[in-house]
Design a protein around this ligand. Structure first.
Ligand SMILES: NC(=O)c1ccc[n+]([C@@H]2O[C@H](COP(=O)([O-])OP(=O)(O)OC[C@H]3O[C@@H](n4cnc5c(N)ncnc54)[C@H](O)[C@@H]3O)[C@@H](O)[C@H]2O)c1
Ligand SMILES: [Zn+2]
Length: 360
């Protein structure tokens, strides 16, 4: 049981393989997608303990030798220092231009493994094996890689497309529930911005998805990958359409920064931000449907107590950005139809936040 999604990027085209148990076919897939026969698997301790053995075994059967590089866990280690340590391990292993770098983990690992692959010897083959729901439906698609600097997230990076993405939905069984819900916010976002049928599918099946029903998970992850791939495929370097993926994210980023990163997960903040954005542009029926799905997912839909609407709007950066024109935000006209608008005033946002506060 698995699905294959072809990503068409000319001579950099590749496939995303989605299925329960597909991890055990990773060797065969990678041997087909890459010429090299030496690999470095980048992971962290927990994910490595759970899954690196199976991955390395599968690689071995396909004639690929692999070393496992374990990096410390957490966003705060997504740094150039960690990358420098990874390069040293590559050199110890004598990984050459034909080497394959494999990221086995959530978005933090994927971003770092991708950045190391993009820069080591000016670029080697890269394969994503995402293990969090967010990484499976979002971070592993689109080719963005990078690390944080002390002064901000993802400030250094590059675009480096993988040779293959291998998504085993059964690894989600060990993902902490809150991380799973966080990924669901991006899944729901895909339905809202691009595909009303998919949104309706989620309305009907979210329970089964939350129970980690393998067939439902496979369908959901595959459809989300298709949607993200389609959007970034039309706008690989983020000039226009790709911005619709930021639906809900303007308010989300302010909530994350006003409350200190970590208090609310990224997905929780996105869930709240999507409701605010919907209240700016959509009718009450659509707002209702979005709120209902978020509730079913176990995600919040109201701004946390203690975060003031004024502060949110101020933190959105109207002042800075209005100087060069307007603050561009993503809104929805109707289900499946997102667009970028430069015409929303601070007052419109305040009104939306007021309505959000009064939601039952
Ligand atoms: N490149 C992109 O386009 C893109 C897009 C969105 C987000 N990101 C980046 O992704 C990162 C967030 O990714 P994330 O939400 O996956 O966080 P994460 O990588 O920190 O993973 C969350 C936690 O879950 C654990 N985990 C992951 N998979 C597991 C599994 N199967 N079983 C048990 N534990 C597991 C991880 O070890 C970690 O503790 C951020 O750094 C963000 O900037 C990148
Ligand atoms: Zn996001």
């Amino acid at each position: 049981m698995s699905k294959r999604i072809g990503i068409d990027l000319g001579d950099r085209s590749y496939d995303i393989h989605v299925g329960a148990g597909v991890l055990d076919n990773a060797g065969e897939i990678i041997a087909g997608a890459c010429k090299g026969r030496a690999a470095a698997v980048i992971t962290n301790r927990r994910i490595g303990n759970l899954y690196a053995g199976r991955l390395v075994e599968s690689l071995g059967k396909a004639g690929i030798t692999a070393q496992v590089i374990t990096v410390p866990t957490g966003e705060r280690f997504k740094t150039l220092k960690t990358i420098a340590g990874i390069y040293e391990k590559f050199l110890d292993q004598r990984l050459d231009r034909g080497g394959i770098v494999i990221g086995l983990g959530g978005g933090v690992i994927g971003d770092m493994a991708g950045f190391a692959a993009a820069t080591y010897l000016r670029g080697v083959d890269f394969v994503q094996v995402p293990t969090s729901l967010l990484a499976q439906v979002d971070a592993s698609v689109g080719g963005k890689t990078g690390v944080n600097l002390t002064r901000g997230k993802n400030l250094v990076g590059s675009f480096h497309q993988p040779k293959a993405v291998i998504i085993d939905v059964s690894v989600l069984q060990t993902l902490p529930a809150r991380e799973f819900r966080s990924g669901l916010a991006e899944v729901i976002k895909h339905g809202i911005i691009r595909d009303s049928d998919y949104f309706a599918f989620l309305e009907r099946n979210l329970r089964a998805v939350k129970r980690l029903d393998p067939a439902m998970l496979e369908q959901t992850v595959a459809r989300s990958c298709e949607i993200k791939a389609d959007v970034v495929g039309q706008d690989e370097r983020e000039a226009g359409l790709r911005r619709i993926l930021n639906f809900g994210h303007t308010v989300a980023h302010t909530i994350e920064s006003l409350t200190g990163y970590g208090k609310h997960s990224h997905g929780e903040a996105v869930a709240i931000g999507m409701v605010t954005a919907a209240l700016v542009s959509a009718d009450s029926e659509l707002v209702d449907r979005i709120v209902r799905v978020l509730k079913a997912a176990g995600l919040p839909y109201k701004v946390p107590a203690g975060v003031r609407a004024d502060d949110i709007v101020q933190a959105m950066g109207f002042d800075k950005k209005v100087a060069h024109g307007k603050l561009h935000v993503v809104l929805v006209r109707s289900l499946g139809e997102a667009y970028v608008s430069g015409d929303v005033s601070p007052n419109d946002w305040l009104k939306a936040l007021e309505k959000q506060d009064k939601l039952p």
